[in-house]
Write a protein that binds this ligand. Structure first.
Ligand code: KIV
Length: 270
């Protein structure tokens, strides 16, 4: 029981890599789900900027703001008694100016109580990663299909299939590790490349659409729970069909209210 509540730290993840124990990460955006995921034993909760898609309904992750990420992160932190909470730094909060990046990371840590931040990209963010980690803030990296660069990529296809892009990814991974990241998300790249990076990197890799050889796996919560039926990429495994369950429950409620079946006298006060 005591062991169950021991907080997962960046060190725990390092030990899990060394012991070849797979790391489980899911996205979370609110208190209720964070509590459920934490109690289920998920080790890392990522307050993803995918909140921009699945919570706010935007087409991309670009519009979400730093204040909005801090709002989601504070709610997740309140629900997470054991999991490590990592927060995506939103588009525009860390690119280009490493001092501003540090300021944004400090705001996330101070105002939400989260334990780490995540940034997308390689060479272009090395200075920001080094500055943020030198202030004592753990940073997770993210390479491959980085959704904040979607307009540059021109679509959501698999990245690093060509030799030159694969080589850039290998170099970026190595330099991010040298700059101080504690873990690296690899998104939508060939499984063999993810395996190579995982074996050569001193820090854990966490894959999404990157095959079975990463040190851990992450999925977007709403996708794996089947809340978004329109989204079914090859890498996604659905563990529930919540959209159907929600629709069925709401239809039953509508029928009960319309037919004056709800509330009954037992569900009323005298
Ligand atoms: O924002 C997000 O949900 C992510 C995961 C896809 C890794 O970055």
């Amino acid at each position: 029981m005591q062991n169950k509540l021991k907080r997962v730290t960046t060190r725990t993840l390092q030990e899990m890599k060394a012991a070849s124990e797979p790391i489980v990460m899911l996205t979370a955006y609110d208190y209720t789900f964070a509590r459920l995921l934490d109690e289920a034993g998920v080790e890392v909760l990522l307050v993803g900027d995918s909140a921009s898609n699945v919570i706010a309904g935007h087409e991309t992750t670009l519009p979400i703001t730093l204040d909005q990420m801090i709002y989601h992160a504070s709610a997740v932190v309140r629900g997470a008694k054991r999991a490590l909470v990592v927060v995506d730094m939103p588009f525009g909060s860390y690119q280009g100016d490493s001092r501003r990046a540090l300021h944004a990371a400090i705001r996330i840590m101070k105002e939400s109580g989260a334990h780490a931040v995540k940034v997308e990209g390689g060479e272009a963010v090395l200075e920001a990663v080094a500055r943020i980690t030198s202030a004592g803030i753990p940073v997770m990296g993210h390479l491959g299909l980085t959704p904040q660069s979607i307009y540059q990529f021109g679509g959501y296809r698999v990245r690093a299939k060509e030799a030159s892009e694969a080589e850039r990814l290998r170099q970026d991974a190595k330099r991010l590790a040298q700059a101080g990241i504690f873990a690296l998300v690899l998104e939508k790249i060939p499984a063999s490349l993810a395996q190579e990076v995982t074996q050569s990197l001193p820090v854990p890799t966490i894959g999404i659409g990157a095959g079975p050889y990463c040190d851990g796996q992450v999925l977007v919560l709403h996708d794996m729970l089947g809340l978004n039926k329109a989204f079914s990429p090859r890498f996604l495994r659905r563990y529930a069909d919540l959209a159907d369950i929600v629709e069925k429950a709401c239809k039953q409620y509508i029928q009960d209210v319309k037919q004056r079946d709800f509330p009954s006298l037992q569900e009323s006060y005298e």
